[in-house]
Design a protein around this ligand. Structure first.
Ligand SMILES: Nc1nc2c(c(=O)[nH]1)N[C@H]1C(S)=C(S)[C@@H](COP(=O)(O)O)O[C@H]1N2
Ligand SMILES: [Mo]
Length: 214
């Protein structure tokens, strides 16, 4: 576990040196909006067209793979974990951004502390009820603005936005934030997800305009 934390800190220091953390909500207003984005006030819906209805009884979340302590969580288990609020921006590759979204949920760090990734774990793959998958690096998932969210602007996240629980990774284009998530797989190797195999960039940093793969 301490090895894992050290690795995270090393990564973050490397990012800081490279200026990678200079964007985001604490940046100057002129840097807050990534290139090519325009602001919206509403929250558009985008997905593969299947919007599964996940009742509380149907809900589960498996977290496994390269971890010491895999979990099978029901909705009550997840809600019994520490709950946190967070405010962050959303950036969609279809060029809309929405500022100051108020979220409630469970921090990715809380889940990682629970499952304890193995020292060689480096990647995360999200699997969803509609068959969607998407991949990120473990240190991107471990960032302190990443949550499994269940409330947005004080209201339960609706079915079309991935309710009752979805992933939120604010510093990446929104296709990396899986709706209707049911499995978080931690791996040693990278496994590109649905859009990443279909022309989207593997890393998805909006400030670098990592929209599409070359
Ligand atoms: N399970 C699932 N998650 C998904 C998708 C999907 O089709 N299925 N679409 C992704 C894409 S391409 C985008 S842009 C965002 C849109 O989230 P929203 O509909 O809440 O705005 O969800 C992402 N997460
Ligand atoms: Mo998207």
């Amino acid at each position: 576990m301490s090895g894992f934390k050290d690795k995270l800190i090393d990564t973050k220091q490397a990012w800081a040196k490279a200026g990678r953390l200079l964007t985001g909500t604490t940046a100057a207003p002129t840097e807050r909006l990534p290139p090519g984005q325009r602001l919206v006030k509403d929250w558009p819906v985008l997905d593969l067209g299947v919007q599964p209805e996940i009742t509380p009884a149907k809900f589960f979340l498996d977290i496994g793979g390269a971890v010491e302590n895999p979990q099978h969580l029901k909705l009550d288990d997840l809600m019994a974990l520490p709950q946190e609020g967070s405010v962050s921006d959303m950036h969609c590759v279809t060029a809309w951004s929405r500022y100051d979204n108020h979220w409630q949920g469970v921090a990715s760090r809380t889940l990682l502390d629970l499952v304890r990734p193995l020292p060689d774990a480096k990647h995360v793959i999200f699997h969803s009820h509609d068959g969607y998958t998407t991949n990120v690096q473990l240190d991107q998932f471990a960032d302190d603005d990443v949550f499994l969210v269940h409330h947005w602007e004080g209201e339960a996240i609706s079915r079309v936005h991935g309710g009752p629980i979805r992933v939120l990774i604010p510093k990446l284009y929104l296709w990396k934030s899986a709706k209707w998530v049911n499995r978080i797989e931690i791996t040693t190797a990278d496994h590109p997800g649905f859009w990443e195999r279909n022309g989207y960039h593997n890393n998805a940093n909006p400030w670098l305009e990592e929209r599409y793969s070359a």
